[in-house]
Design a protein around this ligand. Structure first.
Ligand code: TXA
Ligand code: MG
Length: 330
């Protein structure tokens, strides 16, 4: 299905815009079981029809992702999500407040849920979210089915925040890339499991913990609660090729220095996540700047980033990026 591009190299997926004809084309490929990279407000997703087991299997193959790591089902509305999962009153309140937006809810899967077991890795639960990017909402509406979509990068690598990032990581392995511009949030959705005993933070993300705790009260961590399967079983994740060193106050020879806010005295930053020390700006720059420095350096020193607000998600990604492959457990 990836043969009709004019300017992409042979075999690489064509990159199209968000005009109605391109959205129709994306939807037709998805309905036929193909793979399409789509923009969201967090990172680009690699989408397939979640109800088509063969299409979902192709996502795992294209990413090199272990099939025990479940995928999020993306839907266009709360009503569409309710066909897949049981919503407790708390889950419904969260959905009504944060959707469309970067919140994924892990909820009990309905028995008549049409999503392929492969997409949920055989779990009794399902991750669902309504993304905010208008082009992807339009594609989901045109397909009329939930779309399974992990981040559109090879497993363990940095998540893509532009269409060009997707093309460089997965270009020849997928059918189409829809270019909806650079992602505004730049880190993945916050994942909350809502069960009978309350809410658990499975992954810090683009919505800060404190904003969710206004609805849920203090969020438990996965280790502290029984019976919840934590996501991202691979600890190494979001990793550049270069070695990462965190909480750095200087750069040694050959190291790039990735600053946040005012750099330490005498240090000339290679790049700055946010000169004015703004965590949302830093989150939106994180993956793209790591990619840039990864090309030019074998080691990257990163200045301390506070753990407050979106800093929790940024530090989570950076810490996982420091782990060696052999610690990944896969
Ligand atoms: O922002 C995002 O969430 C992006 C965009 C594309 O929507 N997607 C994304 O997908 O980050 P992925 O596959 O890279 O990460 C999804 C995480 C995985 O760590 C997976 O383990 C977890 O969600 N997950 C999905 N379904 C789950 C379930 N039923 N129970 C526990 N964890 C689940
Ligand atoms: Mg991912």
């Amino acid at each position: 299905m990836n043969s009709d591009s004019h300017n992409a190299p042979r075999g690489a997926a064509p990159i199209v815009g968000v005009d109605p004809a391109s959205l129709d084309r994306a939807a037709a490929i998805l309905r036929a079981g193909g793979l399409v990279a789509v923009p969201t407000e967090t990172v680009y997703g690699l989408a397939a029809d979640a109800t088509n087991g063969a299409a979902v299997a192709a996502i795992y193959t294209a990413k090199g992702r272990p099939s025990f790591n479940p995928l999020i089902s993306h839907v266009a509305s709360l009503a569409m999500a309710e066909e897949l999962a049981h919503f407790s009153p708390l889950a419904r309140r969260l959905a009504e407040h944060f959707w469309p937006g970067p919140l994924t809810l892990v909820l009990p899967r309905k028995t008549k849920c049409p999503v392929s077991d492969l997409a949920t890795a055989g779990l009794p639960s399902i991750g669902v979210r309504v993304p905010q990017h208008i082009a992807t909402l339009e594609i989901i509406r045109r397909v009329g089915r939930p779309l399974a979509a992990p981040s559109a990068n090879p497993s363990e690598a940095l998540s893509p925040t532009t269409a060009a990032h997707v093309a460089s990581g997965l270009g020849p392995r997928i059918d189409l890339i829809v270019d909806g511009g650079a992602c505004s949030a730049g880190v993945e959705s916050t994942i909350i499991a809502v069960g009978e005993t309350g809410a658990v933070l499975l992954r810090p993300g683009a919505i800060a913990r404190a904003d969710i705790e206004l609805f849920t009260g203090p969020l438990a961590s996965p280790d502290a609660s029984d019976g919840v399967v934590a996501p991202g079983m691979m600890k190494r994740h979001y990793a550049p090729r270069a070695r990462l060193r965190l909480d750095a106050m200087n750069a040694s020879d050959g190291e790039a220095f990735l600053a946040f806010g005012a750099p330490p005295p005498g240090v000339l930053p290679s790049l700055n996540l946010s000169i004015r020390g703004d965590l949302a700006e830093a989150a939106s720059n994180l993956f793209a700047m790591l990619r840039t420095l990864d090309v030019s350096h074998d080691a990257i020193a990163v200045q301390t980033i506070p753990e407050s607000g979106l800093g929790e998600a940024i530090n989570d990604r950076l810490r996982r990026g420091t782990l060696l492959s052999r610690e990944s457990g896969v």
